[in-house]
Write a protein that binds this ligand. Structure first.
Ligand SMILES: Cc1cc2nc3c(=O)[nH]c(=O)nc-3n(C[C@H](O)[C@H](O)[C@H](O)COP(=O)(O)OP(=O)(O)OC[C@H]3O[C@@H](n4cnc5c(N)ncnc54)[C@H](O)[C@@H]3O)c2cc1C
Length: 405
């Protein structure tokens, strides 16, 4: 047999040379999958993309443990816009992703007492200015629209007639993962131990097993794992893991037209299957940074706060039965409760998105598209995400989001 009749099995490069990709995405849940999918859809981007995800089961990822709801009712215009792209994508998911997003546009209902009414009014003005379909309801209108609700103590409410609700966020993430892989993106199960930098620029990543991978651009979308990883490149972001519990309950009475209701106290509930999910953020003094492996449910929170509050607001909830509960972690941005999304300050070729503070699943479509545009074109092409730039931290320009649920 002549030499060279078969392709050589030897690597075409010396064994010591590292693999290289144009874009390496660290963290392949909602946001990372969205970056990968948007890059794969960009016909003008000809580069190679690798997604590194440490746990392909997503057992502890916020994406898998989320309440998976989407709203236009934010206090900052950029967040209203970002969810606008999210809802548009979810409505067209079947066509775009080949998978139904399970979108149910049941609306959010933010309720306010007399004290909260002026802020509700201000937020409503921002939302309407951005074109969101949010109705302002006085107490009589609230009682007429939601007859199963006790309106005592309420001064007003805002309700999303369309463009808000809940969806299958985990399913959307998996669909983006599948579609990006089919379009040539490489997905690999591996943990990134640290980022590589040289001369003020990101140059790649080092895996937990010591393997180095070179990158033209590194994109960190690692949820609560992002801040520790970015610290390896010298970036100190005030993003911490905060525990949030979700309780799944059944109610013997039908409550038609139940939206995602947010009591003035912050306690929320929404329909889920044949029952409801509900929860509340613990008070600040009882909301410590949590360890990465702390998923213990705070059952006292349900008994002492969530249930009594819901039963007072919705009398039928007196007869709730709690069936199961779980805990997940917000990547809480302690600076201003809004995502950091964009170029890393002071480090070239490094993009990041973290600090979503409980609204990242709905922001994953727009933020993923924005980071893909930055990676491929060096600028935002469709929606300008500059207000979410991490640079605002160093410039001490907080973009405070009032509506954190
Ligand atoms: C209880 C709860 C309720 C929520 N409700 C809502 C809601 O109703 N609406 C909404 O919009 N948002 C909600 N959120 C927030 C939302 O779920 C998150 O903001 C969003 O899922 C974040 O997605 P992500 O891809 O940034 O991070 P994650 O989903 O946390 O994923 C990060 C991924 O990175 C991987 N990773 C981490 N470190 C490394 C590493 N070093 N190497 C490789 N991989 C790594 C992890 O394994 C993980 O898969 C909720 C969150 C919780 C916990």
């Amino acid at each position: 047999m002549m030499d060279g009749a078969f392709p050589s099995l030897k690597p075409r490069y010396p064994a010591t040379m590292n693999e290289r990709f144009d874009v390496v995405i660290v963290g392949g849940a909602a946001v990372g999958a969205s970056v990968a999918w948007h890059l794969a859809r960009d016909a003008s981007f000809k580069g190679s993309t690798l997604v590194l995800e440490r746990d392909a089961t997503y057992a502890t990822a916020a994406t898998a443990l989320s309440a998976s709801s989407i709203r236009r009712q934010f206090s900052t215009a950029i967040n209203v816009r970002v969810s606008g792209y999210g809802i548009a994508l979810l409505r067209e998911a079947k066509e775009l992703l080949g998978a139904d997003a399970g979108l149910h546009e049941g609306g959010y209902l933010f309720l306010a007492t007399e004290a909260g009414r002026p802020i509700l009014r201000e937020n409503h003005a921002v939302q309407v200015e951005e074109g969101a379909d949010i109705a302002w309801l006085e107490p009589e209108a609230l009682a007429a629209q939601f007859p199963w609700m006790n309106v005592d103590g309420l001064a007003a409410g805002t309700w999303g007639r369309t463009g808000e609700g809940w969806f299958d966020g985990f399913g959307v993430m998996q669909a983006m993962r599948r579609a990006s892989r089919a379009a040539g993106v490489t997905w690999r199960e591996a943990e990134v131990a640290r980022l590589l930098t040289a001369g003020g620029a990101a140059t790649g990543v080092v895996l937990a097993d010591g393997t180095e991978i070179e990158a033209g651009t590194v994109v960190v979308t690692a949820g609560t794992g992002a801040a520790p990883l970015l610290a390896t490149a010298g970036l100190d972001l005030p993003v911490r893991a905060r525990k949030r519990c979700i309780f799944y309950v059944r109610c013997p009475e039908a409550l038609p037209g139940f939206p995602l209701l947010i009591d003035p106290s912050g306690v929320y509930a929404r329909p889920e299957g044949a029952g409801f999910i509900c929860g509340v953020a613990p008070p600040e003094e009882a909301d410590p940074d949590v360890a990465a492996d702390d998923f213990v449910v705070d059952h006292a929170l349900f008994e002492e706060v969530v249930w009594p509050t819901l039963a007072a607001r919705v009398p039928a909830f007196e007869r709730l039965r709690m069936e199961r509960a779980w805990a997940g972690h917000y990547d809480m941005n302690l600076f201003d409760h809004n995502a950091f999304a964009g170029a890393a300050p002071g480090i070239a070729n490094l993009l990041l998105a973290c600090g979503f503070s409980g609204h990242g699943l709905q922001q994953a479509p727009a933020v993923g598209r924005g980071l893909a545009e930055l990676a491929a074109h060096g600028r935002f092409v469709s929606l300008d995400l500059a207000p979410l730039s991490p640079a605002r931290l160093g410039e001490n320009r907080p973009l405070v989001e009032r509506n954190v649920v």
